[in-house]
Design a binder for this molecule. Structure first.
Ligand SMILES: Nc1ncnc2c1ncn2[C@@H]1O[C@H](COP(=O)(O)OP(=O)(O)OP(=O)(O)O)[C@@H](O)[C@H]1O
Ligand SMILES: [Mg+2]
Length: 389
């Protein structure tokens, strides 16, 4: 991670290739109950039934043409599901067009050997075909042609939050933008949680938060989403699947999934936004199994020490009170006991309050002052991380 104090964000390219072996990051463990209903019974029709008529059914040839035969230069990312390509289609007919004409879309192509597979492709089609919200990515259509499974989304100009927070050489995101992103993600989750079906997203992580040209966030990847408990039921039982570090501890231990599992994952993303650090580092010195959460919790609890964990790339340009409040919120969301975690609705209310008070952010201190001040804390934070990991 860079420690130079560069001007917070304004413009970066979203043509990024994450290139990581996603399936390795999955936690999957069988519990005694099954998860044969990744596609919701309440929200999700099956592919044989009625797929939302608002979705366009593409032929494989259309999408091959839209991406110029899935050309390498159009590749924008890779995940557990498959590769994601840039493509161009006509806005009204959806027919493939030449690059630069029509609208740009993101086309995800399922790897035949995908760990996630058809069931999740179907869940994605079913959920996104029906859920429409400013903080949920728009699915334009799908392709189910022979063995080929693809998904066509609106193109999110700035790619994933993961790339902006953790990628070397990318402009840091400002405090105000981070709080706005956190609020948008919370709004998306609160929307899902308050639907009749109590939809649990289950896969919140920085790579699944996509950013629009103005950095407004949208949730993507509904392959693991499922309807939550209804009536007197407190949880749904599932096969444990999600991403290491982001999945709530009680869910990993028991397979019991609740809306509060999403709240925990939200706490992790909020912590990543504050610290600019990944919840689980790919390469960690020594054998320490300590995660970012273990390390940061004491600093989040004691607001006076919050600056010790803050992203050094913010160069101290954040309101101390705001950072303390955001840290305290992350602390609540990360409570090991789900019943003490707040609802997404109250998380959203807190973040909206923080967002509106952003006008009180102190103006940037003189550069040299800012640098010295921050580097002291930043050095300290880095050393603490090193010492404790
Ligand atoms: N609609 C989109 N617009 C622009 N870029 C996108 C879009 N969808 C995905 N991407 C890019 O493709 C990358 C890979 O996305 P994908 O969802 O396949 O994998 P992931 O989220 O990194 O991992 P996982 O499969 O575990 O969810 C994203 O990180 C993002 O950079
Ligand atoms: Mg994703």
């Amino acid at each position: 991670m860079g420690n130079s104090c560069r001007k917070p964000i304004v413009h970066v390219s979203s043509s990024n290739i994450s290139g990581k072996g996603k399936s390795q990051s999955e936690v999957s463990k069988n519990s005694n109950s099954s998860d044969g209903k990744a596609a919701s019974q309440t929200l999700g029709p099956t592919i044989d039934g009625s797929i939302s008529s608002s979705l366009k059914s593409f032929s494989f040839n259309d999408l091959r043409e839209a991406t110029r035969n899935f050309r390498q230069e159009n590749l924008i990312g890779e995940g557990g599901f498959g590769f994601v390509y840039k493509g161009w289609i006509n806005e009204s007919s959806f027919a493939p067009t030449r690059p630069g004409s029509g609208i740009m879309v993101a086309i995800k192509k399922l790897k035949p050997e995908s760990f996630q597979g058809h069931k999740e492709w179907l869940a994605e089609v079913n959920y996104l075909g029906q859920l429409h919200h400013e903080n949920v990515v728009k699915l334009i259509g799908y392709c189910s042609d022979g063995k080929n499974r693809l998904l066509v989304y609106e193109f999110m100009q700035r790619g994933s939050l993961e790339n902006h927070l953790f990628r070397k050489g990318v402009q840091p995101i400002s405090w105000a933008a981070r709080i706005n992103i956190a609020a948008g993600v919370a709004r998306g989750l609160a929307f899902l949680h308050t639907l009749d079906a109590n939809v649990i997203y289950r896969d919140l992580k920085a790579s699944n938060v996509l950013l629009d040209s103005d950095f407004s966030p949208k949730l993507s990847d509904f392959g693991l989403a499922r309807d939550g408990p209804t009536g007197d039921n407190t949880h749904v039982s599932t096969r444990i699947i999600g991403t290491q570090g982001y999945a709530a501890p009680e869910y990993v231990a028991t397979g019991h999934l609740t809306l509060r599992s999403d709240v925990y994952s939200f706490g992790v993303v909020l912590l990543e936004l504050l610290t600019g650090r990944r919840v689980v580092e790919a390469e960690k010195p020594g054998n320490s199994r300590e995660t970012l959460v273990d390390w940061a919790m004491p600093f989040l609890r004691d607001g006076k020490r919050i600056s010790r964990v803050m992203d050094m790339r913010l160069c101290g340009q954040y309101p101390k009170k705001g950072a303390q409040a955001a840290g305290a919120l992350a602390h609540q969301c990360l409570n090991a006991d789900p019943k003490y975690r707040p609802t997404m609705k109250s998380v959203l209310a807190k973040l909206e309050e923080l967002h509106s008070s952003n006008t009180t952010i102190p103006s940037t201190p003189p550069k040299s002052e800012s640098r010295n001040h921050t580097s002291k804390h930043a050095r300290h934070a880095l050393n603490s991380m090193r010492n404790t990991r």
